[in-house]
Design a protein around this ligand. Structure first.
Ligand code: FAD
Length: 294
């Protein structure tokens, strides 16, 4: 099923993101974790893709397994930075052959190694180029793309970031998913600016449950996202107690979902990070609301 049909339906949707194994020896444990999340029957699931292609073959393997075993609509991520046109085209053909109908078209992060490499001959510089390629092919994919309520770190202004985002959407993106956001006011502020700029497709807020203290610093560093004092206080209080912190993180994420639902947002994506217990905790907190007509 195409994800855009889920997003445009009248019902609440909750989706979960997982990531592929980094090496063959962890394939089985990742497969088991992703299957445990799929057993919850989320509205759809997404599988991330390694920038530079390092673990890319497992993205499709995990997505195909979940689709075939649980009949869950799957969104396979695809990054293009530093990949050759042939590689990207081959991945698209593999997705088609595997019956994957939804692709998240991303550039990928410019890691320090990539920044230091010779970039002159790269086939792709921005995600919009892979969106155009997906649209030009015969794949008939539903295409998702990334967006940044707190501005992408490479953009000098939000106006510029939104202009490039509009170009990406106009090239054929069906929906957007945001970088993790911990404070729903920031999401709404961004949404108003998108609508004003003529970006009218569905925008799904991305919720990252923070369930251990070590995650806090990493999440802020990676995303640059604002972390409200309310959440920082929970980490101060419970950060050294694993069970208490997990519970606080699940409740905080569920609370964010409730805030968003209450304010008119019916599609929400959770960065569940291969943690079935966390996904299940959040799912159970909102399960009676899921599938209800909005
Ligand atoms: P782009 O859309 O190319 O934007 C990157 C920057 O370039 C922005 O500042 C933008 O304003 C600017 N820009 C865009 N187009 C142009 C243009 N034509 N000319 C000049 N500047 C332009 N990374 C992974 O490696 N694997 C994943 O699976 C993955 N999944 C993600 C999922 C989500 C929901 C999000 C939010 C991010 C994800 N990322 C993933 C991280 C993402 O790859 C990085 O944030 C990356 O730095 C930007 O990717 P993008 O697709 O947004 O790039």
């Amino acid at each position: 099923m195409k994800i855009i049909n889920i997003l445009n339906s009248a019902k609440f949707s909750l989706s979960f993101e997982v990531f592929p194994p980094k090496k063959e020896t962890s394939y089985e444990s990742v497969k088991n974790a992703t299957e445990a999340i799929a057993e919850l029957s989320p509205s759809f699931m997404s599988v991330t893709y390694g920038a530079g292609g390092g673990v890319s073959q497992y993205t499709l393997q995990i997505a195909k397994n979940l689709k075939e075993k649980f009949n869950i609509p799957m969104l396979a991520h695809l990054t293009c930075v530093s990949s050759s046109r042939e590689t990207v085209k081959a991945r698209i053909e593999e997705m088609k052959a595997a019956g994957i109908q939804n692709v998240m078209a991303l550039r990928g992060d410019l890691t320090p190694e990539l920044m230091a490499s010779n970039r002159e001959h790269w086939d792709y510089r921005h995600a919009v180029e892979s969106v155009r390629e997906l649209k030009a092919g015969d794949g008939d994919f539903c295409i998702g793309a990334a967006c940044y309520p707190e501005v992408h770190p490479e953009s000098s202004t939000q106006r510029e970031d939104i202009q490039f985002l509009k170009e990406k959407v106009d090239a054929g993106v069906d929906f957007l998913t945001t970088q993790m956001v911990f404070f729903f006011f920031l999401f709404f502020n961004f949404l108003y600016k998108l609508r004003e700029a003529g970006v009218l497709c569905p925008v799904i807020p991305g919720i990252m449950p923070i369930t251990n203290a070590n995650q806090v610093e990493r999440a802020i560093k990676l995303s640059g996202s604002f972390m409200p004092q309310r959440f920082k206080s929970l980490v101060d209080k419970f950060g050294s107690d694993a069970e208490a912190m997990k519970q606080a993180g699940i409740i905080y994420a569920s609370d964010q979902i409730i805030d968003l639902y209450a304010n008119g947002i019916k599609n929400i994506h959770v960065y569940s990070m291969n943690k079935p217990d966390v996904a299940e905790g959040i799912f159970r907190n909102v399960s009676a609301m899921l599938g209800k007509v909005f």
